[in-house]
Design a protein around this ligand. Structure first.
Ligand code: AMP
Ligand code: ZN
Length: 664
């Protein structure tokens, strides 16, 4: 077999396995075997870049970065759907239809998936474009990101027409959503509100390898195009399934509105067993000729109707409003409810968000309230049953003092949340900050978990993260669930964290608005905590991508005496507070003023390593080619459009090895 055949065989095998796994849910090989095949393919493609294919299964891992998503006009408009809420609405719809078309009308019922709509274009069986709905007339080209979604076929099988569009919904199943939020909470970020917004936000991420990490799925529900090889909608769904698309099995062909109502009743209950969010049923006239006769209103097809599930709602008593203090001091009011069954779970608490929300709904302790479970995981209170309000009820007075440390709360202009400003004396803030310090992406201290941190603080053994470095085994052993061995592990975990690099230490300090990326930027620019602590707001904003809000927060942090003491102590204990000498030694100014664009897959180092090498030597990395670009470093699989652009502008295209020569 020659190389090209080998590559094609691997691609076909991988496509089939991908289809078995993501569309049919019936994997035929283990994940490990799959990864091995994929690696073989990537290796071959790297070695023989002449066989590059934009729709190879190797493209699933992403890596391309999009700065601006191009606006694209939909060839066929993407309409909204009319909504209905009752049997009567549906019977009315049927009456309108019967006036306009002759003969029997069959209906297809599908679930209404709650995510982000997408239009996919296939030419000769290859995915060529993925565009968001936008305003229905034009949307954003998000092809690179959509290619990373495993259930979107990059190449079709069977008797597909030469060119067509297919519409569907990109959703984020609950499991993946919850997991993503756990990761965010761990690093002290606000959790995402609901799967739908997270799904649509994912499509607009600049780095497609980030999208590849998110467990998104794509469900297809409509073929669109001229001269489609089908005469009914249902046939279209069945064909789409054969070509390789994921069309959920719930879709049913029914021949009366009465059957449609049974379908709705069934899913109104069973939707709670689905692993993803749905908010209704979509009913479509099956016959495409009838669809054409019915046509469209200004906004939606007359041949389709959405039936919205009533969000599950119950009423229960609000026993008490309590207040939680987060790591940053943000106060969150929580409704403690008389436990009640809602959508299959017992609900005891609901989020109240902030003071404005309480005031807007005039929510009071002792009220009977309506609780709803929508797209959010945490249920929310949507209204008060005023008819049941006790006569002696008084409006809620939002707290003015921190529930933990009794400090007077502040609310900055333009912010919805109240804050406890007692940075160094408020226990939940102290605990939260130390938990952030030890977390995986920060100091990654093995053998120490969030609960132990709380125990250590409550036992008075530590009051800030620098105290960790003075803990002794003898102090720890008496704590709950601690033994000789676990105490030793904890101490050695803390000791090992002294090797963690400066940029991560800087992130670990928990300076407001200084996340991982900002910490890297600052570490690289200032090289030591001493330099950073001396920087003024004006200095700071000259650093690439550092804005005024971050700058002020950094200055405020270092201006606080308590923080200065803590940093002195960290230094004393040997925590890395400057860029290590090895790293400094690898940094030069050789490439100062030069702008590089990096494209493709490299042999001797990863793309990130290459970028770092450029930046460490004073060069700049840009994501798109322009007249300001000095060199394009090309690996295998370089995008053809980049190649053309570089050639047009006469910008030298060099290999990774040429680049290393330049560096010497
Ligand atoms: P709306 O946004 O309320 O006008 O509802 C229209 C949207 O419902 C469409 O843009 C689709 O994104 C979405 N939708 C979800 N599931 C389906 C389905 N099975 N058929 C058609 N549209 C659907
Ligand atoms: Zn407090």
């Amino acid at each position: 077999m020659d190389i090209q055949e080998q590559i094609e065989t691997l691609r076909n095998e991988l496509r089939q396995h991908n289809y078995n796994y993501y569309v049919l849910d019936q994997p035929a090989i283990s994940d490990y075997q799959f990864d091995l095949l994929l690696k073989q393919l990537v290796d071959l493609e790297t070695q023989y870049p002449e066989f590059y294919d934009a729709n190879s299964p190797s493209q699933r891992v992403g890596g391309q970065v999009t700065k601006n998503f191009e606006t694209v006009r939909h060839e066929h408009r993407m309409y909204s759907l009319d909504n209905s809420y009752s049997k009567e609405d549906l019977f009315d719809w049927e009456t309108r239809i019967k006036k306009m078309v002759d003969g029997n009308v069959d209906y297809v019922c599908e679930l209404k998936y709650d995510g982000a709509s997408i239009s996919l274009t296939y030419v000769n069986g290859n995915l060529t474009k993925a565009v968001t709905r936008g305003d229905g007339i034009q949307g954003d080209d998000v092809t690179t990101n959509v290619k990373t979604i495993r259930s979107v076929p990059l190449q079709l099988q069977g008797d597909f027409p030469p060119k067509f569009d297919i519409r569907g919904e990109i959703v984020l199943p609950f499991e993946g959503f919850i997991k993503m939020n756990e990761d965010r909470i761990e690093i002290g970020e606000e959790p995402y509100r609901n799967p739908r917004n997270t799904a649509s936000g994912s499509l607009k991420l600049q780095d497609s390898s980030e999208v590849a990490k998110r467990p998104l799925e794509c469900f297809l529900y409509n073929l669109t195009g001229n001269n489609l090889p089908v005469s009914t909608h249902f046939e279209g769904l069945e064909k789409a399934r054969k070509w390789g698309f994921k069309v959920p099995a719930a879709a049913k062909l029914l021949n009366s509105i009465d059957d449609v109502l049974l379908f709705i009743d069934y899913w109104n209950v069973h939707r709670h067993d689905l692993p993803y969010e749905t908010d209704g049923v979509v009913i479509k006239v099956n016959d495409l000729n009838q669809q054409e006769e019915l046509g469209y209103t200004a906004k939606s097809p007359r041949w389709a109707m959405a039936y919205k599930f009533k969000a599950e709602q119950v009423s229960t008593r609000l026993n008490e409003i309590t207040y939680q203090v987060g790591r940053t001091g943000a106060i969150t009011p929580v409704a403690n409810l008389e436990p009640v069954e809602l959508a299959g779970t017992t609900v005891k608490r609901a989020s109240l968000h902030n003071a404005d929300q309480i005031e807007k709904l005039d929510i009071r302790e002792g009220d009977e309230v309506f609780v709803e479970k929508g797209g959010e995981i945490i249920p929310k209170i949507i209204a008060v049953d005023l008819s049941k309000r006790p006569a002696d009820s008084k409006p809620t007075q939002y707290i003015t003092q921190c529930p933990e440390c009794h400090t007077k709360l502040v609310r900055r202009e333009g912010e919805a949340q109240h804050y406890c400003p007692n940075y160094n004396g408020c226990q939940p803030q102290i605990i939260g900050r130390i938990q952030h310090f030890i977390s995986r992406k920060a100091m990654d201290i093995e053998g120490l978990g969030g609960e132990t941190v709380a125990l250590l603080v409550k036992a008075g053994l530590i009051t800030n993260y620098s105290d960790l470095y003075e803990l002794t085994k003898e102090q720890i052993i008496p704590l709950e669930r601690m033994a000789e061995k676990s105490a030793e592990n904890l101490i050695s975990g803390i000791e090992a964290s002294k090797q963690i690099s400066f940029e991560r230490v800087l992130f670990a300090l928990g300076i407001r608005y200084v996340g991982e990326t900002v910490a890297k930027k600052l570490a690289k620019h200032y090289k030591s905590i001493e330099n950073l602590a001396k920087a003024t707001v004006i200095d700071l904003v000259t650093v690439d991508e550092i804005g005024i809000r971050i700058a002020e927060s950094v200055v405020e942090f270092f201006a606080t005496e308590e923080n200065q003491k803590i940093i002195q102590r960290l230094k004393l204990f040997g925590v890395q507070l400057e860029i290590s000498a090895d790293i400094l030694a690898t940094q030069t100014n050789k490439l100062k003023g030069e702008v590089y664009v990096v494209s493709g897959v490299f042999e001797s180092l990863s793309r990130d390593e290459l970028k770092k090498l450029i930046e460490d030597n004073g060069g700049k990395v840009s994501s798109s080619i322009s007249s300001k670009t000095n060199y394009v470093i090309a690996g295998s699989n370089m995008g053809p459009s980049k190649k053309n652009k570089a050639e047009q502008l006469g910008i030298p295209i060099i290999s990774e090895f040429d680049f290393k020569d330049i560096l010497g």
